[in-house]
Ligand binder design. Structure first.
Ligand code: GDP
Ligand code: MG
Length: 162
């Protein structure tokens, strides 16, 4: 079976847009409404001669336990079921307490974890993304899923981790 990469993160950070960018086609549902990807959806992806399965997670809307707990629970599931996890955050917002909580969960993972700082549409946000090292998830990868910026570098890192 091909390796599985789970994409996790708060609603509206651009997970589905990034999934589409990686797939090179528009399949994952992107909307301005936070939390629109209700279920976990798996796609076949291909890069650098490697095939892998990409799981776009959703359903991170705050439930009875709150957003932070539901996001952390998703990360826990991703960690158990995938071969590697990609945490996506919104670089225009930075790391919130939710990303800090998720990072705590993911740091316990024996599996590779990658960190993408999305919505870096231009150079102005590049300096800020360096501060994301403090999440303890390794090198932050600045990308713009919308414009395709640096998504090739992120894909190279994903392939190297899988
Ligand atoms: P998800 O809830 O994490 O799956 O986020 P979506 O992929 O549905 O995107 C949420 C919103 O962010 C949409 O309006 C996207 O167009 C927007 N978005 C996604 N990636 C980028 C990006 O790289 N730059 C900017 N400026 N907006 C983005
Ligand atoms: Mg989505």
């Amino acid at each position: 079976a091909q390796p599985v990469l789970a994409v996790v993160g708060r609603p509206n950070v651009g997970k589905s847009t990034l999934v589409n960018r990686i797939l090179g086609r528009r399949e994952a549902v992107v909307q301005d409404v936070p939390g629109v990807t209700r279920d976990r959806v798996a796609y076949d992806a291909y890069w650098g001669g490697r095939r892998f399965t990409l799981v776009d997670t959703g359903g991170w809307e705050p439930d009875a336990t709150g957003l932070q707990a539901s996001v952390a629970a998703q990360a826990e599931i991703a960690m158990q079921t995938a071969d590697a996890v990609l945490l996506v955050l919104d670089a225009t917002v930075g790391a919130t307490t939710t990303e800090e909580a998720v990072a705590r969960v993911l740091r316990r993972s024996k599996k590779p974890v990658l960190l993408a700082a999305n919505k870096v549409d231009d150079d102005r946000l590049l300096a800020d993304t360096a501060s994301l090292w403090r999440l303890g998830l390794g090198e932050p990868h600045p990308v713009s899923a919308l414009h395709g910026r640096s998504s090739g570098d992120l894909l190279d890192a994903i392939i190297a981790a899988l």
